[in-house]
Design a protein around this ligand. Sequence first.
Ligand code: SAM
Length: 286
Amino acid sequence: MERLTDRGVIKEILNRHGFTFSKALGQNFLINPSVCPRMADAAVSSDNVGVIEIGPGIGVLTNELLKRAKKVVAVELDKRLLPVLEETLGEYDNLKVINADVMELDLHKLIKDEFGGMEVAVCANLPYYITSPVIMKLLEDRLPVKTITVMVQKEAAQRLCAQPGTRDSSAITAAVRYYCDPELLFHVSAGSFMPAPKVDSAVIQLTLREPQVQPKSEELFFKVIKAAFAQRRKTVLNSISSSLSLDKNEVSDILNIAGVEQNARAERLTLQNFSDISDVLYDRRY
Ligand code: SAM
């Protein structure tokens, strides 16, 4: 069904189904007609792409993805939206809707079962309350996915796409850079949604690739990153020693061996620095 960005059409469909928006589920539906075609163009690079969409809502983005992709599997937690999607997208035979919490789903199995032989992409206007956990799940699961194209709050986009070594960077910046190359594609104003959220948003694209550093233990590497950013106003020496409950003299030694300045702050460190610190710690502890 077209015109899913029209306020009147949306209200009429939702009223008929007795649907009211849930703030807790991050339900802000897109009503700016230019946004979904741009997102779908960025996500679907050929007609052999299978797309996982998280949170289709009433299907406004799904509709654009279905026109371009070979198949779309849309994962929606709110079962009240299932009959709505049946009405708005029932005409397509390349859509499968799964009523589930994306955080609980085995996405490896879903990809294997649904997308044999297709290139796989993820595309979503993400519910804001789980932006970081969803993105980290998609990356940490090492899914055979080419790109992740998602709408997130503007501040989250800045953090996720920050250049390492700049003030916007944080623990999630470093974690994201380990798995992929992030890019901010375009900004979207708060008025593009119904109901309008308090803040603006942006669409980002993560292109997955092999990690460019090889720490001896990934678990320890991510622990060190979290510890270094835990008290970001402090030096890495202080932040790592207090967050990991390590003696300051020992952390000072570790930083020396890893060739990292004692007074540096976490935002200045490269992924190679974090990998070197965690490797020295690994050799001492394991
Ligand atoms: N794609 C639609 C659009 O752009 O208008 C809706 C986007 S809305 C920001 C987020 C959607 O994610 C809602 O439909 C909501 O019910 C759904 N959702 C929230 N939490 C979810 C979860 N854990 N798993 C799957 N879907 C979820």
